[in-house]
Ligand binder design. Sequence first.
Ligand code: SF4
Length: 472
Amino acid sequence: MEIITGKSSFFLLINPWITDFAAYDLWSRPLALLYLASLLRDAGHGVFLLNCLDHTEDAGTVNKHARPVRRKFGTGKFIRTEIEKPWALERIPRKYCRYGMLSETFRKKLTGLPGPDVILITSTMTYWYPGIRQAAEIVREVFPDSPIILGGSYARLCHEHALGLPEIDFVFPGKIADFPSFLNEKLGMELANSHSWKHFSRYPFPAFDLWEPRPLEAVTIMTSEGCPFTCPYCASTVLHPGFTKRSPGDVFMEIEYWHEKFGVEDFAFYDDALLVDNRNHLLPVLSKVRDAGLRVRFHTPNAVHVRELSEEVCEALKASGFETLRLGLETAIVSRAAQRDNKVKSGEFSRAMKNLLKAGFSPDQIGVYLLCGLPNQDPSEVEYSINIVKECGGSPYLAEYSPIPRTEMWHEAVRVSPFPIEKEPLFHNNTLFPCRSHRFPVSELERLKQLARRARSLAGHQKPGENDPEIR
Ligand code: SF4
């Protein structure tokens, strides 16, 4: 393999297909890859971003059942192609699909490009690796001599497994800040701006200007990296140790930039702890947005912390254009919540709901995530939580537990799961209900999903029986 020196190089960055039983575009954007693109560009290199999930590609050619229905605020469906189920999922009586552009289109796009010096593929859910493998196989056929590096969450959480993917040359197990030294070590390549990679708070804006589809429907934005909490089921502290905030002025400039230059109206926050220290962080951003008169809408697909929803915060959210709110309640049984995390104390949830409703949010705007299928969980706990959310005027969403390697709860999940989750990431798929038990079988999950759907329907959110995009 040729060693790359200090000259300007060409990087091909790929957001691969999703392979699963269901997938929904809830502002899903590979933000780390977009940051990488902007940092590489700042270092003077050529960058091309290829988004396999571009829902506009092939929309006119696939049959009508596979056509992606788009919904408001830049969300919607992807194009899908039914593919053979991997062995581990053979018994699931549902169609298994590859989400994103057709493979012929992907190949055609690749063949139109000059040979890259480096190819970077990102990854998210651990059990979506078949989509990465399929993309890498085509990439390898088209560019037999270009080194392929795999990064992202799967590469970090299942590093050993990822090393076994045949077409991948290198698996990058670190965070963005570690990438320059990795590139130097593996390919002998030095990045002129390696110091700029060290501090998240000083990164250039992510390269949404290279993103397709166009026009930009929505932009995802991170005002902080990491989370000060350490919930045992969550990978935040593993993937982003520490908690770093950008300055409110910088966040505002980013919102203004995408709005003014690209006409973006919808912004989805990707923060894990958006409301923490809000008086010094988010509230100043929102006040700048209001002062500037920007006509924008905000969404929080990642749950915000219930404890922080004071009257003042709820009023500011409403006045600044928040449209979609997701709250992290996880469980309404306070003693259980205290065992798992320290996010919600008794009375905080009902107070938060009162404040949100008083500020003018409608129940269908307030989605509340409830964890479902945790190791040793009793279904009655979830049912109780659904009822609490309903009584308080919110819309319950079941977040089906997917075991994540390297989290605190992982070992308990390995112990109780009837599947060999330690050996095979496909068994992490929440459609499988990986930590099912005699006490909490799949039939109970289905019953609870119905209850949650009915509660959302009462809140005016969905028709009963309509598939819930957020669950999967
Ligand atoms: S508060 Fe949310 S992001 Fe933070 S550790 Fe807990 S689940 Fe993860």
